[in-house]
Design a protein around this ligand. Sequence first.
Ligand code: NAI
Length: 496
Amino acid sequence: MEVVPTEPEVKTDQGASGGGASGGIEHFDIVVVGGGPGGYATALYGAAAGLAVALVELDKVGGTCLHRGCVPAKAFLETAAVFRTVGSAGDFGIGTGADKLVPTVDFAVSQARKQQVVDQLFSGLSGLLKGRAVTVFNGSGTLLAGHRVRIDGTDGSITEVTGTDIVLAPGSVPRTIPGFDIDGTVVMTSDEVLALEHLPASVAVIGGGAIGCEFATMFADLGTKVTIFEALPSILNGCDDDVVRTIARSFKKRKIDVKAGAVLHGHAPAAKGGTVVSFGDDEQLAVDAVVVSVGRRPRTEGLVSEDAGVVIDERGFVVADGLMRTSAAGVWAVGDVVAASPQLAHVAFAEAIVVIKSILGEPVLPVDYSRVPWAIYCHPEVAFAGMTEAAATAAGLDIVVQKDPFGGNSRARIIGDTEGMVKVIAEQRSDGSTGRILGVHMVGPWVTEQLGAGYLAVNWEATAAEVAQFVQPHPSLSETFGETVLALTGRGLHVG
Ligand code: NAI
């Protein structure tokens, strides 16, 4: 007997606030597909401008960043920071001698706390969307021809809506590599790591990028034995060489084993649990768990129908220009799904603003990806904006470089965290004076919170002399940036 699937009923009128029904199909100014940082920022910013916005989300608004990425990862990194602080409490006279505090971790509690943070932010975001009358559809959106979006609802319904403009923001999913199929318990991606209830005693982290290094330090600081396998000659590809050296030194000191230039062959689950990773010339490493962090791929399966006019490249990214316009008029794309975009939540926010301003006909500039802020929350933290020294040299620029270690910073001494430095790269003018600041690179305590001034300097195209005019509070970690720039003017107080 032939089984004919039943076509779900197509709903066309949701009676949503803000939208309008035309010919039975509800119409919005903007239909956003995907409710991660790119999608929800588009919805919030568009709604703030008075536009009627529909947001189609398959799972929960907040996307990877809030539920399986940035936020939960940083919550666990904070657990690791508290562990380190308790471990060094004796240095401050807290718990000395027989009362020495020995930190232990109950990861189920850390997991519950992380979830509470995520849930609170999810509830806040849901409230914000509701408050701005954004109509949220729970389902999977597919763009059809004529700006129609078909929503396959999580409840089995099918709804069609239309938008004057459409914004595609479906995000990305972790990439995997052959020989390391994800089973969710022994071989994991960031998705599963962030749901762990117990810490493994040992892990192999495959990929030494931002995600790999963040997980590596989180695990290592909580007592897990960590080995990083990185295919390239060094970890943190794209960061300035001095930053990479500082991190590599710190990892070595904390017994995180970095195997750079690694070639992995696969793994064989061990009888007693865990698995054995094969690499290099017949080498093997037994570990409890493997974390695969080799990048993320765009999630474009089923996103657009062939006749929608949106070009998707051979790697699955939506093709978009600097103003986030796809090849179909009135269809835009933001976030991880755009090839040139650096897969950072804050960049997706900026792209969302570009889209809405463009739709409103306001003056707008493309996001300059070469100068966005980068923040990697491993320990020590890394933050930078603009050119690395190697990139500036390769571009043939005359440059001057100044570095200042946190070791001389009084606040760093006070908090007992002196590892790291600030490095500023500036133009060298033909008269020998220092010109524009081209790159600011920081590694050390709380640098993700300190990058603001450096980011502004790079993007304002400010000269060292201009930035050196600004006063930094004393004692503060931010003085190291101020000192570095002052030294670039030819005379420093403590440096240069
Ligand atoms: P990534 O592209 O930054 O790093 C992946 C690393 O894996 C690379 O160094 C690559 O050489 C290595 N790799 C690839 N195949 C390999 C193999 N077979 N064996 C060994 N190594 C291999 O990707 P990641 O860290 O997964 O992050 C994904 C995206 O999310 C990136 O764009 C990243 O910048 C972004 N992100 C940023 C964060 C931040 O700024 N704090 C935090 C988390 C993610």
